[in-house]
Design a protein. Structure first.
Length: 376
């Protein structure tokens, strides 16, 4: 159920919702008693800048005491993850991740970080060491409500209950795509192969089949951004801006070759790559026919809500923003800085509310209510 806040028929919609008993899903902040649990989703926030600060400071104001959890959806530390002990970037990277959890922990809100490709050394050879170090730093805070999930460079999946009828299942999608050695010592990870990870995913689905599931990863399973093969006019004419902001050197012919080459010689971080396709196919096969699951991810630097055979939330503009297209199945797509709030309501429906900085202030820009289908 999609609600456009600018609709001229808001009064009629409200009346219909009242008649169907779903009024709690329409009123965003007025009826907080209808919210059983609130989950704040922020992606790609690993850079301390004005955009990141604005997103976090606004998101903190959406906290409902005792009912809120925060999930950072990967790329928690740009450009290449946590600095290893003794490195020149060690303290700076500690400051970056601290800037994300500290405001929420001050409000007594649990904070979970999901690994992204930049956290794995930007898919580089030090990836396993750096993702382990990120998890270790969070553990060193001696805070049970602060964690990397999954940790230790393990694939997961990890189950995080949010309320009686809602759960997050998180897995490390970069582990699936990572091109270098990711082998842990025996006994570190519960799952060590793709087959073991998928088997555990099936067990968690069976355990939680009567709940709403948010399947959280860094990489989206649907996207209309560059990782899905969609590019803007700027990408074609000013391709160097993808390397450095403000580098507006017109290269129209060469620029058009970049998207083409990226498609032909696909990177594992793009949906066209065989490893990415395999991940999508095999993970989705676990949830085939299950209606009460929503993918939540970052990776592409924008805000998207995609509704096709499955539902995909993309919240990836915590600190960066890039082109996203309003594709065929996109009910909402924007490059604006922002984040997403997922509220489980008393009827077990989930209301997704998108907040974005539309200029000088953050506004509610999109809302969708996903129906819960019981009796499976």
């Amino acid at each position: 159920m999609f609600i456009n806040r600018n609709s001229p028929y808001k009064a009629l919609i409200f009346l219909l919702l009242l008649l169907t008993g779903a009024v709690s899903g329409y009123c965003q902040e007025r009826y907080l008693d209808s919210v059983v649990s609130r989950t704040i989703l922020i992606g790609d926030a690993g850079e301390m800048d004005m955009q990141q600060d604005g997103v976090i400071q606004h998101a903190v104001k959406r906290v409902i005491a005792g009912k809120t959890n925060v999930f950072y959806l990967g790329d928690n530390i740009y450009p290449r993850g946590m600095g290893l002990p003794g490195s020149k970037e060690e303290q700076q990277t500690k400051d970056i991740i601290t800037s994300q959890y500290k405001p929420f922990r001050a409000a007594d809100v649990p904070v979970y970080f999901i690994p992204g490709n930049h956290d794995w050394d930007k898919s580089g050879p030090l990836g396993l060491a750096k993702i382990k170090r990120q998890g270790a730093f969070l553990k060193e805070q001696n805070d049970r409500s602060l964690a990397l999930v999954p940790a230790e460079g393990c694939p997961g999946p990890i189950e995080i209950p949010l309320a009686r009828n809602m759960v997050v299942i998180a897995f490390d999608s970069e582990w699936w795509l990572y091109p270098y050695n990711k082998t842990n010592e025996a006994g570190v990870c519960e799952c060590n192969t793709k087959e073991e990870m998928l088997s555990k995913l099936k067990l968690l689905l069976e355990k939680n089949k009567h709940k709403m599931i948010l399947l959280a990863s860094h990489h989206p399973f649907q996207t209309y951004g560059s990782h899905g093969g969609y590019y803007s006019f700027k990408d074609h004419v000013f391709p160097l801006t993808s390397l450095k902001k403000g580098l507006y050197i017109p290269l129209p012919v060469i620029g058009s070759l970049y998207p083409l080459m990226r498609t032909v010689f696909a990177n594992p971080e793009d949906m066209g790559h065989k490893l990415y396709k395999e991940m999508v196919s095999r993970v989705d096969s676990v949830f085939a026919g299950f209606p009460n699951m929503v993918h939540v991810a970052g990776h592409d630097h924008g805000l998207q809500f995609i509704k096709s055979g499955q539902t995909q939330v993309v919240s990836g503009s915590g600190a960066k923003h890039n082109y996203v297209k309003k594709g065929k199945n996109a009910l909402y797509a924007s490059t604006l800085p922002g984040y997403v709030v997922a509220d489980q309501l008393i009827n077990n429906y989930v209301r997704f509310t998108y907040y974005a900085n539309t200029g000088s202030t953050f506004e509610q820009v999109f809302t969708y209510i996903k129906e819960f289908k019981p009796g499976l």
